[in-house]
Write a protein that binds this ligand. Structure first.
Ligand SMILES: *[C@@H]1O[C@H](CO)[C@@H](O)[C@H](O)[C@H]1NC(C)=O
Ligand SMILES: *[C@@H]1O[C@H](CO)[C@@H](O)[C@H](O)[C@H]1NC(C)=O
Ligand SMILES: *[C@@H]1O[C@H](CO)[C@@H](O)[C@H](O)[C@H]1NC(C)=O
Length: 284
């Protein structure tokens, strides 16, 4: 029981460490001012989708630029946020190579969600002749409202995070989502009152060193709960028993054998004594 369980853990740890090239939650956590955006990425599960990609650019919204996004329904938040995740790598060098005043169309994660209508899943980027770089929805007639502010982080050529000035919302997204008057408690625009559940996740990523190394311990612990509920009730007890004794597991196994051997011996001895007693009785 113990041995397969530990092997599962090990396999899961190896799998996770080889498939994730980076962790957007940890990456963004190193930059003060993106706490709410980071929290939204995790809350909408978009962080996992970002981490599963090899080549990606995230248009990050600082806390003071996130606007009303924090107050929207979760599906709207997810749609809008996924429009800020570009399925290509764009860092400063690549942005500088854009032909001035020429529109380049970029595919976003929203396009791959299957929810996009028409051009909703695409955004345009333009490097103006004055050097400023602007983004906007590719839906015809949409304004280029979102300004590039500065590069935040880059891990060439896999992930780049750029800071931008305001959310990009494709026309029709609001029609689809915000029409619903069921946006009941629009709390005060106190942007500093996020969901308490997600907030707790922000502090931990204080890990500063190489992302790959710091990632390893967290995922190793995560798969445990998914393993235990599924199999027999024994597995739960096993999992609980395994807590904190991983190092001693080998010792445990041998001592278990000894005790079970002892039990065996005891039973046999009992039988022999019982037989001897019977023989003695019969003999009399
Ligand atoms: C980085 O991206 C390249 C392709 O752009 C890919 O071949 C490589 O595997 C990626 N690196 C990691 C660690 O995922
Ligand atoms: C990324 O880091 C967060 C916070 O440390 C963690 O909860 C999450 O499991 C990590 N994701 C991956 C894919 O390693
Ligand atoms: C503008 O970009 C398009 C492709 O995005 C390209 O075909 C065209 O030649 C470019 N125009 C200029 C003036 O660079």
């Amino acid at each position: 029981m113990r041995r397969p369980f530990l092997l599962h853990l090990l396999a899961a740890a190896i799998l996770l460490s080889t498939t994730s090239a980076f962790n957007i939650t940890i990456l963004l956590g190193r930059f003060p001012g993106f706490e709410q955006f980071n929290q939204l990425l995790s809350h909408t599960q978009l962080a996992e989708q970002v981490n599963s990609r090899r080549t990606i650019t995230v248009l990050g919204l600082p806390n003071d630029r996130i606007g009303t996004l924090m107050q929207l329904r979760e599906d709207a938040q997810k749609s809008i946020l996924s429009l800020h995740i570009i399925l290509d790598y764009f860092d400063m060098a690549k942005l500088a190579k854009l032909t001035p005043a020429n529109k380049t169309t970029l595919t976003t994660l929203y396009q791959s969600s299957g929810l996009a209508n028409g051009r909703q899943g695409f955004i345009d980027v333009v490097r103006r002749t004055d050097g400023t770089i602007v983004f906007g929805s590719s839906v015809p007639g949409s304004p280029l409202v979102c300004n590039f502010v500065n590069p935040v982080a880059a891990q060439p050529f896999n992930i780049s995070v750029l800071s931008v000035s305001q959310p990009i919302i494709a026309p029709g997204m609001d029609g689809t989502y915000f029409d619903t008057p069921a946006t009941p408690p629009p709390p005060p625009p106190a942007a500093a009152a996020p969901a308490p559940a997600a907030r707790k996740k922000a502090p931990p990523p204080v890990e500063e060193e190489p992302v790959e190394v710091t990632e390893a311990p967290a995922p190793a612990a995560a798969p445990a709960p998914t393993k235990s509920p599924a199999p027999s009730p024994d597995a739960d007890a096993d999992a609980a028993a395994d807590e904190g004794e991983d190092v001693n597991a080998a010792e445990d196994l041998t001592s278990e054998k000894e005790t079970s051997g002892g039990v065996d011996l005891g039973v046999k001895l009992g039988l022999v004594i019982g037989l001897a007693a019977l023989v003695a009785v019969a003999g009399q």
